[in-house]
Design a protein around this ligand. Structure first.
Ligand code: HEC
Ligand code: HEC
Ligand code: HEC
Ligand code: HEC
Ligand code: HEC
Length: 482
């Protein structure tokens, strides 16, 4: 029997038995959902910008669901027709040929074709409208976007503002793509039913390993060497006296002598540091395992945290990667003091205005009912302060006062999102040790091994402090930087 005959033998009974309303409906539904789905899939893949969870909802859940339903209808219809024909003794011994010349056959094909086109129009329009609705301001503006507002705002002000969300949150590869679509679906449902947590919890438990995201763009073994860091903060006095720290951060990397410095000592091709944390934000780390270049593993236990065995068993076991230090490479939220210092050293908030540091931090720390109210009241309060206490400055340098006020308000708007319960310090930054424990979660001098080694807390292991809190650091004038 050649292939053609085999296909004929196979298709003739299906065609004959398939001529019942149930099977035909199934056929129409499957073809039209399949076509709609392919169209949306292309739309989703080639659409610029972040992925649309709603299209995902359609492409991965709703349309496949309808497709499977249609698919099931086909054999169901066939089985019923076969059974009823057999019951009435009308089941033919040989099935009639599928001959397009026969009007009956032609009519069936025409029916299926027309119904498919109609169904395609209906389904396509309905789906498109659905997505459009969910994209609309009434759906998204009031629910979805508010959820991501803090992260999106911080992102726009970050070094990664031109890196797509998906490059860090999904990364290449089909497995994670589907996984993220499924979690996207969960998020859509959570948003729809208002069951999401506020703020969105961080760390992101199932963030894809940094090796597969950050390391597509950054090369961890690259030798960065020392990084020169100048940080100026200001005192709360009338003059806003500057205090400058100058550090050489030993970022390091791989050298011909092996892996050195901050990057080199934590990252290796094999898992170098593992740890157990006992809180949701990975801020308490009582146990650390370190594998050295020779492959020997040392266990460091904190004498401060004293966790119980039960806490350790329940704690999160994790292999350290980029995100354990760079947990806010993109969604960095500041503390008020820090943020004001940063804008003052950039000159956006003028250090020439008396008490501006003190007043700015003060107005930022107030609890305002909404962001809009905050924006108004912050600028108002600062204007009033200078009008009342320094009228001459207010008169002669009014634009400076107003500009500075706007910058202070902008700090608030970048960091505080009452709707999402995001306030100062909600998401600590682990890169450092001044605002939150950061490096000192492990490098606090209390993590000791059985043979008496300690994870170092020697200031000079991480940086050479060239100046601390100096008004005019000599090192900067020596280097011609001031
Ligand atoms: C350069 C990489 C990168 C990019 C780009 C990026 N993120 Fe993130 N995102 C992270 C990291 C890292 C975390 C924190 C992970 C952790 O601590 O576990 C995070 C956390 C989050 C969180 C959890 C809450 C929080 O603040 O920690 C949300 C929500 C989020 N990102 C949304 C987005 C959105 C929306 C975009 C695009 C507008 C985006 N991200 C772009 C790296 C990135
Ligand atoms: C798609 C590419 C891409 C990915 C993925 C990516 N980055 Fe970057 N990253 C960049 C670029 C480009 C810059 C430089 C931006 C600039 O110089 O303005 C940068 C800058 C940085 C900086 C320096 C920031 C600064 O203040 O100068 C750090 C730290 C960093 N990335 C960490 C990460 C981490 C951690 C991840 C993973 C969570 C990550 N990046 C993922 C492209 C990427
Ligand atoms: C032990 C903590 C730690 C880990 C782990 C870590 N980093 Fe860093 N990284 C730092 C510190 C500290 C700096 C310097 C901070 C600064 O610039 O203010 C830095 C600086 C950087 C910079 C900026 C370098 C420059 O030339 O300015 C990049 C990019 C970067 N890290 C990427 C990564 C990537 C990618 C990974 C993961 C493969 C990673 N880091 C892992 C602590 C860490
Ligand atoms: C999860 C725990 C952990 C965290 C968090 C951590 N480290 Fe480490 N670090 C270690 C361990 C373990 C070692 C190896 C033991 C040692 O050398 O003391 C190490 C070694 C180092 C070394 C080499 C010290 C030496 O004497 O050669 C430097 C530098 C360093 N870390 C810097 C940092 C910085 C900077 C941060 C924060 C951005 C940080 N570490 C965060 C666990 C950690
Ligand atoms: C485990 C590594 C590590 C150790 C130990 C350490 N530091 Fe730091 N230090 C850092 C890192 C990382 C930063 C911040 C880098 C940044 O802001 O990008 C920092 C920042 C600073 C700053 C700048 C202020 C600021 O707001 O960022 C000062 C001052 C400082 N350290 C002093 C010290 C002193 C004093 C000691 C010893 C008691 C010490 N550090 C121990 C890693 C370390």
């Amino acid at each position: 029997m050649n292939l053609r005959e085999r296909i004929r033998d196979w298709s003739q009974p299906i065609y004959y038995l398939g001529q019942n309303p149930v099977t035909l409906t199934g056929a129409v539904i499957t073809t039209s959902t399949a076509l709609t789905n392919i169209a949306f899939w292309f739309y989703d893949v080639f659409l610029p910008g972040p992925p649309h969870p709603y299209i995902g909802l359609l492409v991965y859940l709703i349309l496949p669901g309808i497709f499977v339903l249609g698919l099931l209808l086909i054999p169901i219809g066939i089985t019923f027709r076969r059974r009823s024909l057999r019951g009435s003794g009308k089941l033919p011994g040989t099935y009639p040929a599928i001959d397009l010349q026969l009007p009956v056959v032609r009519r069936t094909f025409e029916y299926v074709a027309v119904a498919t086109v109609l169904n395609l129009l209906i389904l396509g329009t309905a789906s498109y409208r659905g997505v459009e609705y969910m994209d609309s301001t009434s759906f998204c503006g009031t629910t979805c976007h508010r959820v991501m507002d803090p992260e999106y705002t911080a992102y726009q002000n970050s070094p990664h503002a031109h890196v797509a969300c998906v490059d860090c949150h999904i990364g290449p590869g089909a497995g994670w793509f589907v996984q993220s679509k499924i979690s996207g679906l969960r998020q859509v449902l959570a948003v729809t039913f208002h069951t999401y947590s506020r703020p969105i919890p961080s760390p992101v438990k199932y963030l894809r390993p940094a090796r597969e995201t950050c390391e597509h763009c950054h090369w961890p073994q690259r030798f960065t060497g020392d990084k020169f860091l100048v940080k100026t903060s200001y005192k709360d006095d009338e003059k806003n006296t500057p205090q400058t720290d100058v550090l050489l951060l030993k970022v390091g990397g791989r050298t011909w002598q092996g892996s050195v410095g901050i990057h080199g000592r934590h990252l290796a091709d094999a898992a170098r540091i593992r740890y157990i944390s006992t809180d949701n934000q990975r801020q308490t780390i009582p146990v650390v395992y370190y594998t050295d270049d020779k492959g020997k593993t040392t266990e460091f236990i904190s004498s401060d945290a004293k966790p119980t065995q039960q806490q350790l068993d329940k704690g999160e076991h994790r292999t350290m990667d980029c995100v354990d230090c760079h947990n806010r490479p993109t969604h960095a939220f500041d503390m008020p003091e820090n943020a004001v210092d940063k804008q003052m050293s950039l000159g956006r908030i003028s250090p020439e205005l008396p008490y501006i540091r003190k007043k700015s931090v003060e107005v930022l720390k107030v609890d305002y009912p909404t962001r809009e109210v905050a924006q108004l009241r912050i600028t108002e309060e600062l204007n009033n302060f200078y009008r009342a206490n320094y009228p001459r400055i207010y008169q002669t340098r009014r634009t400076l006062v107003e500009q500075s006020g706007e910058e202070v308000a902008a700090i608030y708007l970048r960091n505080i999102f009452p709707d999402m319960r995001m306030t100062w310090g909600t998401h600590p930054n682990n890169l450092g040790h001044n605002d939150s424990p950061g490096c000192f979660r492990c490098h606090d001098g209390s993590h000791t091994s059985a043979d008496g080694q300690t994870i170092t807390n020697d200031c000079s292991a991480c940086h050479q402090v060239l100046a601390t809190g100096e008004e005019n650091p000599k090192i900067l004038s020596d280097l011609g930087m001031k």
